[in-house]
Ligand binder design. Structure first.
Ligand SMILES: [Zn+2]
Length: 434
């Protein structure tokens, strides 16, 4: 496979998925188009024959894998996350204040709060509707996306905040982030009436709403020479997309001598610690791997042997050196945009990379002539973490943490390089079939 250096429209399109629900649905569409079969976790999987499969979980997490034509001996897992920091509707969001209609929001994850000010905001998510299930259970799920500037979080004018440029923007999460939706709105206006109208359903049929605001600015190629990508959710839809395209390439390749099970896991809730049914810390991943082993005719001992031969690549975006703040970065570990994937190392195990797993991935990079950069956090600053250490600990499988370099991580509008995505995709493809 030759390295394609330009980002595809498919990549920009994928970045446009405003919520984990939409990202999982878009992933599912691409897998179905590539003839992957959906497995129902509520039913027996019988015996799995060679080919591609996927399972969705809680609508915001998805795993996909390929059963090789030879007897499988191990897994090659790539993990990433579908969620990004944003503003999410509270259960009773609607209220009015000073004559304005507003929605109360909760900050999800470690958002850069100031980046949400003065942006044109749409609203997207999932509703559960009564009806088809006869009034039992959780209702029927429907995704929605109000792709119009229905709201805005207006910043306080400088005349009322004279020292803001010296002191910095200080935002109280409860008081200062509620988007404004309108003024002369009808008395019965609420999040329910808004979404019911949008979906053309009766308000009383809406059982529950999971909704979040998103910036309407579309993902785009930027920079004077077109060398950047400007978009929301690069952390971490960029790595979800790289993993997905790598898996689809592995499936198309049909490498007949491989005994690996290439496996992609895209989890929700990384930005809030992964401790949920859909998160990387849940029993879903080990349970799914066990079911695969059993459906291939193996037993518990087979599973243990396969785990002992397996490896994980945890793919999550990495910090590139910021030209305006070079002092915030470790002097000799400064990744640059468009100079290749980054391996992240941390002795406190905030990243799961070991010398051995680093060597493994560097060998694939070398064979593909892909440059590798190394990241270590300044040792006097607390380091962030990712799903790598969590899945590594749950499964006891050696893991390497990688990611492409980016700036403005956790902003409502981030940036990365155009050339790094295809390099990461190729690196992951080589790892998956290994
Ligand atoms: Zn991330």
């Amino acid at each position: 496979m030759c390295l394609q250096m330009a980002p595809t429209d498919d990549f920009l399109d994928y970045l446009g998925n405003p919520t984990p629900f939409h990202a999982v649905a878009a992933t599912k569409d691409r897998l179905l188009a590539a003839k992957f079969s959906e497995l129902d976790p509520k039913e027996s999987w019988g015996k799995l024959s060679p080919g591609g499969y996927f399972v969705t979980h809680c609508e915001t997490t998805i795993v996909a894998f390929i059963v090789p034509s030879k007897k499988a001996t191990h897994f090659r897992l790539v993990g990433a996350h579908t969620d990004s920091p944003n503003l999410r509707l509270k259960p009773k969001p609607s209220y009015s204040k000073e004559g304005y209609a507003q929605f109360g929001v909760e900050v999800y994850g470690g958002a850069l709060l100031n980046s949400w000010l003065d942006r044109d905001l749409g609203l997207a998510g999932r509703v559960l509707l009564a009806g088809k299930d006869g009034g039992k259970g959780e209702g029927t799920s429907r995704l929605f996306k109000i792709d119009r500037p229905i709201a805005r979080v207006p910043q306080l004018a400088i005349h009322l905040d004279r020292d803001v440029n010296e002191r910095g923007v200080i935002l109280n999460k409860q008081e200062h982030l509620a988007p404004v939706l309108g003024r002369a709105v009808p008395k019965d206006f609420s999040e329910r009436s808004l979404i019911a109208k949008e979906l053309k359903v009766k308000e009383k049929d809406i059982l529950a709403i999971d909704a979040m605001f998103y910036s309407l600015e579309k993902p785009t190629i930027g920079g004077a020479a077109g060398e950047f990508i400007f978009s929301a959710r690069l952390d971490n839809l960029a790595m979800c997309h790289a993993g997905l395209v790598a898996l689809l390439a592995a499936a198309a390749e049909k490498k007949s001598d491989s005994t690996a099970i290439p496996f992609l896991a895209l989890f929700d809730h990384e930005e809030v610690g992964s401790e949920s049914a859909a998160g990387a810390a849940s029993a879903f991943l080990p349970r799914t791997l066990e079911r695969i082993v059993l459906a291939l005719g193996g037993d518990k001992e087979t599973e243990h042997k396969m785990f002992a031969r397996s490896h994980i690549v945890s793919a999550d975006m990495a910090h590139a050196v910021h030209p305006n703040y070079p002092e915030r970065h470790e002097a000799r570990h400064r990744p640059h945009l468009n100079q290749g994937p980054v391996i992240k190392v941390n002795a406190q195990q905030r990243y799961a990379t070991t010398g051995a797993t680093r060597a493994l991935i560097e060998r694939y990079a070398e064979a593909a002539k892909i440059p590798i950069q190394l990241y270590a956090h300044r040792t006097d600053l607390p380091c962030g973490s990712t799903i790598g250490p969590i899945t590594s600990a749950k499964l006891g499988i050696p893991t390497v943490d990688v990611g492409n370099p980016m700036l403005s991580m956790h902003s409502a509008r981030e940036m990365c390089g155009v050339e790094d995505g295809p390099k990461m995709t190729e690196l992951l493809r080589r790892f998956l079939v290994g």
